[in-house]
Ligand binder design. Structure first.
Ligand SMILES: [Zn+2]
Length: 410
């Protein structure tokens, strides 16, 4: 009898078990749009997406004046987004992308290693995003391959002569967005990155200006095409799509032209997503560029090894989290570990490692110091450890972990 009930139960459940709802992510970087400008200009498509999920200001640049301070430069920001780590780990410090540390995986690699059959795509106005940041076909990335790449148009100076006004970038963005929309519609890849550049060019040339406003409206329309295909696929194929739109840095006040430094305006970014369960950290306005990878991993329910998860600098902006904002502060000659507990009820485990082998492809042994009430929000690091020039601290909450370094210089 029990067996029969079980069989009936399985027959009823089997279509659900066999065909779980497919989860797809498309993330879009619109280069160098300050939050203040985005909020001022009419952007109906972005507004529509934000209406479903949310819009919030956020930050990039790592810990200001700290060990993870990260230049507010484009490729540096993309890689913080892609790897969920700041530049002290991913090691991209400028647009030259000289020596990326591929030991810190990109979201593309996380997905491909866990699900080799996952379909991935990039549509980009800058080819280096694929060849250098994602590191396609490199031995260091386990020869990561994308199923579809549409980029490099900026290298085709015959079709796109490089005019001084940079209208060729506007035209390339348009092609890139069209191609992304078409491919998403026909193939529905599991992970796609769309990168559009024209807004940054207008920012550099004109700063806050009608030209920048017009570029933002164009970018909004390009996002609109992609959003339309996402909605179509959700409706027709029952897929669960996460669309995430962000920018890579703000711009220096008051002109709104330059970036690269650590002023509040340059560090400020924004995020828009259709996710239904964005948490308080997202809405707080203090979410970080590095929070996107943990958010994407959670959306996919992707299993990541503890060693890799421990090294992520961000926390998920989707669903529940326990702790945020780890820091090591000076107290006399000692050091205090601080954090903020979102979940006041649980406990946290505090561990430390004297080594950073992970950055060199190895592993680090984290040794437990103590388990304390999460709500205590602080822990005095034993003096014999705090005297060391370098160590890493891992705080394990019930829903997420935090990782923070002490280095000799900071
Ligand atoms: Zn940029």
């Amino acid at each position: 009898m029990i067996l029969r009930v079980c069989i009936v139960f399985l027959i009823i459940l089997s279509p659900i078990l066999a065909f779980p709802q497919q989860k797809k992510i498309v993330f879009i970087i619109l280069d160098g749009i300050p939050a203040s400008e985005l909020e001022r200009v009419d952007t109906p498509n972005l507004d529509e997406i934000a209406e479903i999920g949310g819009y919030a200001r956020a930050f990039t640049g790592g810990k200001k004046d700290g060990y993870s301070q990260t230049p507010t430069i484009s490729a540096v920001g993309y890689n913080s987004l892609l790897t969920g780590t700041w530049a002290n780990k991913h090691n991209v410090w400028g647009n030259g992308i000289e020596d990326p540390n591929y030991n810190f995986w990109t979201i593309f690699r996380f997905l491909k290693e866990a699900r080799p059959d996952a379909k991935t795509a990039i549509f980009s106005t800058w080819q280096d995003n694929r060849t250098k940041l994602l590191g396609e076909n490199l031995p260091e990335t386990n020869s990561l391959k994308l199923d579809r790449s549409y980029d490099g148009l900026e290298l085709d100076t015959l079709t796109y002569p490089h005019d001084e006004e940079h209208y060729y970038i506007r035209d390339i963005d348009e092609k890139v967005a069209d191609e992304a929309a078409n491919y998403l519609l026909s193939d529905g890849p599991d992970l796609s990155w769309v990168y559009l550049q024209f807004t940054d060019d207008m920012g550099h040339r004109f700063g806050k200006s009608p030209e920048m406003d017009e570029a933002i409206r164009l970018a909004d329309a390009q996002v609109g095409k992609i959003w339309e295909t996402v909605q179509y696929r959700q409706k027709e194929f029952g897929e669960d799509w996460l669309i995430w739109i962000t920018t890579d840095h703000g711009r220096k006040e008051p002109e709104g032209k330059d970036h690269g430094g650590q002023s509040d305006a340059e560090r400020e970014i924004w995020m828009i997503s259709n996710a239904q369960n964005l948490n308080d950290r997202f809405h707080s306005g203090h979410a970080a560029m590095v929070d996107m990878v943990p958010s994407f991993l959670r959306f996919y329910n992707l299993v990541v090894t503890e060693e890799r998860e421990n090294e992520l600098d961000g926390v998920s902006l989707i669903g529940p989290i326990s702790i945020i904002d780890a820091d090591i502060i000076r107290k006399g000659r000692g050091r205090i570990l601080t954090w903020n507990s979102v979940d006041k009820s649980g406990k946290v485990k505090i561990s430390w490692s004297p080594t950073d082998n992970f950055s060199k492809g190895g592993n680090d042994m984290y040794m437990l110091l103590e388990e304390v009430e999460s709500v205590s929000d602080r822990f005095e690091i034993p003096r014999w450890i705090s005297k060391k020039k370098f160590f890493k601290i891992l705080i394990e909450g019930e829903k997420n972990t935090l990782n923070v370094w002490k280095t000799s210089s900071k």
